[in-house]
Design a protein around this ligand. Sequence first.
Ligand code: PRP
Length: 216
Amino acid sequence: MREITVALAKGRLANKAMELFEQMGISCEEMKDKSSRKLIFVNEELGIRFFLAKANDVPTYVEYGAADIGIVGKDTIMEEGRKLYEVLDLKMGKCRMCVCGPKEAEERLKHHELIRVATKYPRIAKDYFYNRKYQTVEIIKLNGSIELAPIVGLADVIVDIVETGSTLRENGLVVLEEVCGLSARMVVNQVSMKRENERISRIIKGMQQLVREEQA
Ligand code: PRP
């Protein structure tokens, strides 16, 4: 039997996703050893294997069929714009994509001034400002600690993830506009969805049931 391959975005999301798979009776003992540097974990009995990848790479593995299924944040799915099926909202890892900055930036934003926007998500930022707000902005791509940008004068505002809001608070920034809500999603390769329909559908349904139970 061909193994079903699942790509998990490394980190907190992967741990939570594995808990869900375990509740469905799909476990991988090898994966629990946190000191291990192993990248791929197989459950031969069930014909399934898991690997951990950088979040940004998960949609790539899924689009090319190197993984049949991926678990990754909606932010990454939107930013990568890969061809794949988004089949399920796992309702975990909930947060928001927001335009943030110092309170003073609010007026400049409102008056459609040519502002500079720093972000790790240039595609999402571009889509938001150009296609939804019809506002021309200058987008500057950064790779982390985005909150620094308005503080040191690199940008007027940022487009970034807000979860608890504490990073903003501790740096004197506020949410100015909300772009969209985010959470973890299950994505599936388009060919696998046809070729392995039965097994993949079973996984989707099982996961859906768990998500429903957790929400209740
Ligand atoms: C993310 C995000 C914010 C922060 C938001 O950064 O970019 O900086 O978390 O969380 P909060 O609202 O709970 O404070 P992350 O820690 O992933 O690292 P990064 O700075 O490298 O993007």
